[in-house]
Design a protein around this ligand. Sequence first.
Ligand code: UN1
Length: 511
Amino acid sequence: MADIKAVLEKLKIASSNKGLSTGQKFWDGAAGTLISWSPVDGQQIADVTIAGESDYNQLVDSAVAAFKEWRLVPAPRRGEIVRQIGDSLRGHKQDLGILVSYEMGKSLQEGLGEVQEMIDICDFAVGLSRQLYGLTMHSERTDHRMYEQWHPLGVVGIISAFNFPVAVWSWNAMLAWVCGNVCIWKPSEKTPLTALACQHIVAEIFEKNNLPEGLSCLLTGDSNAGKWLSADHRVALISATGSTRMGRQVAETVAKRLGKSLLELGGNNAIIITPSADLKVAIPAVVFGAVGTAGQRCTSTRRLIIHKDVYEEVKTRLVKAYSQLRIGNPLDGKNHVGPLIDQQSVQQYEVAATAVKEQGGSFLIEPQKLQGLGFESGCYVAPCIAEVENHFPIVQHETFAPVLYLIQYDSLDEAIALQNDVPQGLSSAIFTLNIREAERYLSASGSDCGIANVNIGTSGAEIGGAFGGEKETGGGRESGSDAWKAYMRRQTNTINYGSVLPLAQGIKFEI
Ligand code: UN1
């Protein structure tokens, strides 16, 4: 298995680390120290200092100054810097993947997949750097030209969550950079070291290219840091990923100053299994969706809405598939499921299990906290399955753990209504070989989610599409498609190249 010490060394992580950085410059924060514990083995990995308010202000001053230069660099040249970051990430894929797995607890395959997502978004952003297109319009006035252009926004604050400790930052940062912005990253307090490793990787590229301090700022901190960012009028856009509770606070604070926010919050994602579903394809999709990243993806499959005619068969197949799951050290390639992020998450899993029973559900596969050899961190749980009703309060709530709820349906209308009848609206899927069902599901009266799939699961989206969801998921879109527009300001320009001044709408104004 991986030599963690060697990995840390290669990623420039010491036993005690400076948690603030504007690029090449790193310094100790004034507000104390954060310890990063691995949920894999319960060991302390390293510590890192966190920001006081004056550290924060130093970061923002540096970012504001850097923006003045960076916005003038042609976009394709900004893309060239991102291309170099992508190349560097290719070289660090193995080490960074291991650190993601060790600090966060997801399987090494998923840790490597996360770094691959970073590489993919770099490639996407490089191409985008030559495609920040605006439209041209036909003016209603003679000798006039009208068009729109997209300008950089300014400082972008990125608040990221522990479950995708590096990929979600990269979706935001790579797009923000090619769009001409500078970034301040506040990573999760649970995964500060993966963030620090990324900062070292980009700092090296910025140094090689003689770029100013402030383009990429690392704000290691507690919840105060998130509050400072949200309330700061110098920060043009806040892109926040995390719980609905956190997102609501950020949204309120940013809205109060009429700033921009991009929110990617909780999901309560369902898969509908119809009578024609190809179960050979559906069952692995459900299991990966429910237990991948130990159920801690915002796209994790939480509810399975199954037609009554195939309900028993799906149950039998699921029980068989779950009995084959290997839970344990995620760095061991034989294991499918690693630990939850911390013991508090284990408690939440246990609270949810109790609530399922109290609210009238019953378990097909019982919840269990794992103990003994290999589980010393106290963070390992068994993925479980419960039969429930959609309206149970616990089913309406996103529990960040591998708990899968089974619900039975009769008609497709009922299945779609059940799927949509939750406060969240991130990801969704249907398994069917019936084109009418598939198209109905994707129609305006179908899934109400930001992501709706046919014959693939709810999690594991590619970076090329816009990523995000509706309702309490927050409404933001990140990553592919035209999500870049959220990182720029649109300017409409009308140019009169004639020698008179005709007014729009034919208004006469003579002086
Ligand atoms: C998240 O959980 O915040 O679609 C992001 C997926 C991943 C990203 C998830 N590409 O599951």
